[in-house]
Design a protein around this ligand. Structure first.
Ligand SMILES: Cc1cc2nc3c(=O)[nH]c(=O)nc-3n(C[C@H](O)[C@H](O)[C@H](O)COP(=O)(O)OP(=O)(O)OC[C@H]3O[C@@H](n4cnc5c(N)ncnc54)[C@H](O)[C@@H]3O)c2cc1C
Length: 342
């Protein structure tokens, strides 16, 4: 087999998953270029499907598992409970470190302080002027992807997500849907180990969104202050790109948030980053490979994003739909249907 050089930009879940899968199924030379000086934390609430082993990630990345979710709407307080875990939380530094250690053990090179600034069909150039040649390039460089920009893809559908990381413990995962406070978004409480992520998001691309981000931030802050002491809390914000416009561009691929694989409904992107990375690795090795994981991600995205766009068309209809949805989600059929959207 002729060996090929694969350069992966970004040591987040998408980049690391691509590299690990590629190493498993090929003898290609794989290098990950990461702009940070070491494996780093990523701003995130850390919510993840508890069945991580099904996507090849060890259970030890999980901070906490939950078999119930509390959902609060304007009219209802609902508890969805199962006799198995339905959601989990992870710390993003731990997740990256565990994946990176695995990659290194397999012989994958991760080079730090390599911020990719320029690229052409066969090479990338870092901010320090170093050149790396490739046969295949994978842009796994997140929501503000340089690779995506260099290919010429514009990004219009973006969530601005923000959160407080509050030291302490909290018992449950909670979601709050309240059009008056949070517009068409929702607020979350995700307890991790020793810290709690409390956050919300803003989508300026939604029609009829006469809610300004400043207003959302003010409402969110007063809501947070009613519930938590924010004295030692850290405020964080980052974008989530959900504007999918393809992942394969000749010998250049986009994985995870760089491609817009995150959900525009929930902002969830870790699992989709990992699964898209794995599929891209298989596609690089076999150009005839059918990317079933990506097909599935796109179906889930479409259902969720159609739903949020429908809610945003008319506030009254949106409010009624949310209440019906919250009631329906407690039924066995509702639970099954929601699995297809989240
Ligand atoms: C506030 C907030 C809360 C969230 N909560 C959740 C949640 O609960 N659950 C969930 O599933 N998702 C959540 N997400 C989304 C999730 O964080 C992303 O979908 C996920 O991180 C995407 O992984 P990725 O590997 O594609 O990109 P990233 O994790 O962003 O990794 C990209 C990597 O590329 C590197 N990089 C970037 N540019 C360059 C460059 N030019 N050169 C070299 N390296 C570069 C970065 O340093 C980084 O290491 C949240 C996001 C935010 C902002």
């Amino acid at each position: 087999m002729q060996t090929k050089n694969v350069i992966i930009i970004g040591a987040g879940p998408a980049g690391l998953a691509t590299a690990i899968e590629l190493k498993k199924i090929s003898r290609y030379n794989i290098i990950i270029l990461e702009k940070n000086p070491e494996i780093s934390y990523k701003i995130c609430a850390g919510g993840i499907d508890p069945n991580v082993s099904e996507i090849g990630i060890p259970e030890k990345i999980i901070d906490r598992k939950f078999n119930k979710i509390k959902l609060f709407t304007a009219k209802q307080s609902i508890t969805i409970q199962e006799n198995k875990s339905i959601i989990a939380t992870t710390n993003r530094k731990t997740l990256h470190e565990i994946m990176a250690n695995r990659a290194r053990k397999m012989g994958i090179k991760i080079l730090f302080n390599k911020q990719v600034k320029e690229m052409d069909d066969n090479s990338v150039i870092t901010s320090l002027g170093e050149t790396f040649n490739f046969d295949y390039l994978v842009g796994a460089d997140g929501s503000t992807s340089t690779v995506r920009k260099k290919i010429g893809i514009k990004t219009k559908k973006v969530l601005i997500a923000f959160q407080y990381i509050i030291p302490g413990e909290y018992s449950d995962i909670e979601f709050y849907i309240d059009f008056k406070k949070f517009g068409f978004s929702y607020a979350w409480i995700f307890p991790q180990k020793n810290v709690i992520s409390v956050g919300t998001g803003y989508d300026s691309s939604l029609s009829n969104n006469n809610f300004k981000i400043k207003e959302l931030r003010e409402n969110f802050d007063s809501w947070c202050k009613e519930k938590f002491n924010l004295e030692n809390a850290k405020f964080e914000a980052f974008s989530i790109n959900y504007d999918y416009q393809g992942f394969e561009f000749g010998n250049i691929f986009l994985a995870g948030d760089a491609a817009g694989f995150a959900s525009g409904l929930t902002g969830e992107g870790i699992k989709f980053a990992i699964l898209s990375g794995k599929d891209i690795a298989r596609k690089i090795v076999n150009s005839n490979y059918r990317c079933k994981e990506i097909e599935n991600i796109l179906k889930i995205k479409k259902r969720g994003e159609n739903f949020i766009r429908f809610l945003s068309l008319n506030k009254t209809v949106g409010k009624i739909t949310v209440e019906l949805f919250a009631f329906f989600i407690q039924t066995p059929i509702g639970k099954k249907m929601s699995e297809k959207m989240f």
